[in-house]
Design a protein around this ligand. Structure first.
Ligand code: AMP
Ligand code: ZN
Length: 457
């Protein structure tokens, strides 16, 4: 089955065909680093991680190039640094590290390239110069602005009317603009603001030009896939298209645009400004990263996702079932299995992760029913390969089932209980079982006299 992806540009599912199958190029807008990322911010990271894993599986790991930027110059960063007194560079480094730790805990593979905006100022300046030379941009009051009327199909991605665009979020009305929808490519910096020398004086780039310049620098003029959350469709992605297409003589910028829906809380977008957010760290304090990842994949990326405690518990229980089966299936694992057909087919149909999880559960059912060792080994390998495509089930089952740092203390109690059982001191053995149960530890006595344990959910 071919890979089919929903393209925001056409609002349809389309068969995916890269320009060059030996170098499939994907760019995803990354975080603006000034604060702890929330679980809504984790959604695009996880969704595009699944797509990255699938593309690597389809085209070979060496033939996929995934870039996700870090926006480390932005007015929100400047404002936060001013508020707290933390130097900008410290703030961006510290929060970029937190972002990396958080998304690693969610089981995401690092992208091939992670360009930082502040490392690409010369490329941004060059692109702006090209836009000025071709009259797509103009200088006004120490700013450089993109002239939206210079591009006939501006607005094609977001399909907004002119009035909607002007009223739209993040469009600043300013007297120096020729047209209210024009947007900033470069702006002046006050002496206490970070800035770089440019042909237009000391200043800093607008947000949109950062992605156009960084994607060109690392992936070339035309991308196969460009992704991000739906809030980026307008103005950010619309403006990236305008800049890149106009700087590249009309050649296309991105061929497939993918956008994830929001993580919502009681129907409203989870966001810093509404204050209705849980940081990734808050979630990781409640549950292992793998459970959070599973919980995210329970919904299709184009559906809103209500983040609840129940969802997380359900995810955790489901993972318990998988890991229990993997622990029990002691059969040796062949080097590489192929993911269950149902998992692959679901992912190839526009990343249908809920269906892929259902297919993974079918594979689990088959493993639990398997009779002989060879059959078990094959099904176990298949289950692990399916898990790998989704970024799940790659831990040692024992580590998952026992999770937490008190393992040796528990092992000591179990040893004591086993000794009590051997000495036929059953009241003592039962007492230890009860004490462990009160701490949420479930014991499983095996026929050979040993005991396994796991954390109850
Ligand atoms: P920001 O740092 O606000 O630019 O957001 C980083 C990424 O997270 C972007 O791709 C946003 O679209 C995405 N994002 C922000 N809030 C949410 C949310 N509540 N649900 C899903 N994605 C979000
Ligand atoms: Zn971007």
């Amino acid at each position: 089955m071919p890979l089919v992806l929903h393209n925001t540009l056409t609002r349809r599912k389309e068969v995916f065909a890269p320009l060059d199958a030996r170098r499939v190029r994907m760019y995803v807008c990354g975080p603006t680093v000034y604060d702890l990322p929330h679980i809504g911010n984790a959604r695009p990271v996880i969704v595009f991680d699944v797509l990255y894993r699938l593309l690597r599986r389809l085209y070979g790991a060496a033939h996929v190039c995934y870039a996700r930027n870090i926006t480390d110059i932005d007015d929100k960063i400047i404002a936060r640094a001013k508020e707290t007194g933390e130097p900008i560079r410290d703030l961006t480094e510290r929060t970029a590290t937190i972002f990396h730790e958080d998304v690693a805990a969610l089981g995401t593979v690092p992208p091939d390239i992670e360009p930082r905006a502040t490392d690409h100022i010369p490329q941004m300046i060059r692109m702006i110069e090209t836009l000025i030379a071709s009259r797509h941009a103009y200088i006004a009051d120490h700013h450089v602005l993109f002239a939206v009327t210079s591009m006939s199909d501006y607005g094609r991605l977001s399909r907004r009317s002119r009035d909607e665009m002007i009223a739209g979020a993040r469009v600043e009305v300013a007297p120096y603009k020729r047209d209210p929808a024009d947007f900033v490519l470069w702006k002046p910096s006050a002496p206490d603001q970070p800035g770089w020398d440019s042909p237009w004086g000391r200043g800093r780039p607008g947000w949109h030009i950062e992605c156009s310049a960084m994607s060109e620098a690392h992936l070339g003029e035309t991308l196969d896939i460009h992704g991000g959350g739906i809030d980026l469709i307008f103005p950010h992605h619309e403006n990236e298209i305008a800049q890149s297409v106009c700087a590249h003589g009309g050649r296309p910028f991105a061929r497939y645009w993918l956008h994830n829906e929001f993580v919502v809380v009681e129907g409203e977008k989870m966001s810093k400004s509404l204050g209705n957010f849980l940081t990734i760290r808050d979630v990781l304090a409640e549950a292992p990263g793998e459970a959070a990842r599973y919980a995210m994949l329970m919904s299709h990326y184009r559906d809103p996702l209500d983040w609840t405690a129940d969802r997380l518990t359900e995810a955790r229980r489901a993972l318990d079932r998988f890991y229990l089966a993997l622990r029990q299936a002691e059969a040796p694992v062949p080097a590489a299995g192929d993911a269950p057909q149902g998992v692959r087919a679901a992912l190839e149909d526009d990343l249908n992760t809920p269906l892929a999880l259902a297919a993974l559960h079918d594979a689990l059912g088959a493993l639990n029913k398997a009779g002989n060792t060879a059959e078990k080994a094959r099904l176990k390998a298949e289950l692990l390969a399916g898990g790998a495509l989704l970024g799940l089930l790659q831990q040692d089952p024992q580590a998952w089932l026992q999770g937490g740092g008190e393992a040796s203390e528990i092992d000591a109690l179990i040893a004591e209980r086993n000794a009590a059982r051997r000495a036929r001191n059953f009241p003592r053995a039962d007492d230890i079982r009860t004490r462990l149960a009160m701490r949420g530890i479930v014991l499983e006595d095996k026929p050979d006299g040993t005991t396994d344990w796991r954390r109850a959910t």
